[in-house]
Design a protein around this ligand. Structure first.
Ligand code: PA5
Length: 443
């Protein structure tokens, strides 16, 4: 296991007896998960997913990825929310934010995650003169952002290669049996992959939802699953040594002391989309019934030059969780320069990662001095195995944390509100009354 939770910088904010005091509640949360009798218990498929997954489909995912890497220059992955974030997060964490520029072979672009015509036009431009395939991902099959992008891109593909060949280049990841996308896929003969019924979007990165794009990026999905499987075992026992539970307890102890924001921070820009994935995981799981920690994120040292001021001296509403990546994918040796014209020779004759680490250590101490509690999640390196561990660490912590907060961590009823208004304002049949009422409010 290359993931460790550390309370090293929490000593001034939480005492050991507080962890002991919250343990009976942690035990109750653990029991509800294990006995599957808590709220949202029909969405617990993620719990044993790292070992209990469809092996035949897993093999098909690898075959499809091989075919796509061989017959395509570009893969367009259309999906939003849970049908998008995990895949992009893992791809960028491992292959880098600039993987399309730095790696040979298949280019991967994510779309269907906004309604921006500008963005979709850019996606269309990157397919120009290129052999491309589409992986459309939608559990419901009706999500507007994804469906709208897909209708445009499918047409583009058919125009380029004809309907028959297009049908061999469209891969649908959707419900096992029902929904518009499933019906369409079956009718057209597209290869299909399954979003399991008992796995919610934000817990779906280790299903075909995440695995197909991740495998297409050339990432070892066996190692990813192995990491998650090891973490599943590691965090299966409820005691004070369970580090996922320590993290869940920490979040709730601080929340009850008035810290209403958790800022996830990492000194590695390639972690940016993992930050986004974390925000969906905790935001959708806990933000309900008018409560919940607000998940926020920073990439450091970049954001020390923007949010750093607020964290150091602004309203004392937040604590930080630093994801400390121990080893960079690639280091860079800083040479000393004759004449020292920029005065930076004091940083030279060592690897840049050492400077980055000193920046992190200095930041931790400064923020601690400013009254900010800091939890640490240490990760050996951003490879497939450790990403698997980390994903499961956050899943398990999130489930326990949600139960400690006494919410259903596995639903997201609030997400529907904007959709209803949008449908009404766009004149979707059946929404006529709502349309008039909303337009009157808009004036
Ligand atoms: O977590 C969730 O349930 C959401 O973020 C969904 O994943 C997102 O809305 C996409 O839904 P769908 O896969 O049905 O298109």
């Amino acid at each position: 296991m290359g993931v460790h939770f550390s309370k090293k910088y929490l000593g001034n904010f939480i005492s050991e007896h507080e962890y002991e005091a919250i343990m009976p509640q942690v035990q109750a949360a653990h029991d509800a998960l294990v006995n599957k009798d808590g709220p949202g218990n029909d969405f617990l498929g993620w719990m044993d997913l790292p070992v209990n997954y469809d092996k035949e489909e897993f093999a098909r995912i690898k075959e499809a990825a091989k075919k796509i890497r061989e017959d395509s220059d570009v893969l367009l992955v259309a999906g939003i929310g849970g049908s998008y974030l995990g895949a992009r997060a893992v791809v960028e964490a491992i292959c880098g934010q600039m993987h399309n520029e730095t790696q040979d072979g298949l280019k991967i672009y994510f779309c269907g995650n906004s309604i921006s015509p500008t963005y979709l036009n850019d996606i269309i431009k990157v397919t120009k003169g290129k052999r491309f395939s589409i992986n459309v991902i939608s559990k419901s099959g009706t999500t507007t952002e994804t469906a709208l992008a897909f209708r445009v891109l499918r047409q583009l593909l058919e125009d380029q290669v004809g309907a028959e060949e297009a049908n061999r280049r469209i891969y649908a990841t959707t419900d096992r049996a029902k929904g518009t996308l499933k019906e369409l896929a079956d009718a057209q003969g597209w290869p299909t992959f399954v979003v399991p019924d008992d796995v919610g979007g934000r817990f779906s990165v280790l299903t075909a939802v995440g695995l197909l794009p991740i495998a297409c990026a050339g990432i070892d999905i066996d190692a990813l699953m192995q990491g998650a499987a090891d973490a599943m075992k590691e965090y299966s026992v409820c005691d004070l040594n369970n580090q996922a539970y320590q993290y869940a307890a920490t979040r709730n102890i601080l929340y009850r002391k008035g810290k209403s924001v958790e800022m996830l921070g990492c000194f590695e820009p390639n972690f940016t989309m993992m930050n986004e994935w974390y925000k969906q995981l905790f935001g959708e799981s806990e933000g309900k019934d008018n409560k919940g920690l607000m998940p926020a994120s920073c990439v450091f040292s970049t954001d020390l030059h923007s949010m750093g001021q607020f964290i150091q001296e602004g309203s004392r509403v937040l604590f930080e969780t630093f994801v400390d990546i121990k080893k960079p994918q690639e280091d860079l040796y800083i040479q000393s320069i004759e004449g020292n014209f920029d005065g930076l020779n004091f940083l030279a004759d060592q690897n840049m990662s050492v400077v980055n680490r000193k920046a992190m250590e200095g930041t931790i101490l400064a923020h601690n001095d400013g009254g900010v509690p800091i939890a640490l999640v240490e990760v050996d390196e951003l490879d497939a195995y450790n990403l698997g561990c980390l994903i499961y660490f956050f899943w398990k912590a999130c489930a326990i944390s949600g139960y400690l907060l006494a919410v259903n961590p596995f639903n997201q009823p609030g997400v529907e509100s904007y959709k209803k208004n949008m449908f009404a304002l766009m004149g979707k049949p059946g929404y006529e009354d709502a349309k008039a009422a909303l337009e009157a409010r808009l004036g």
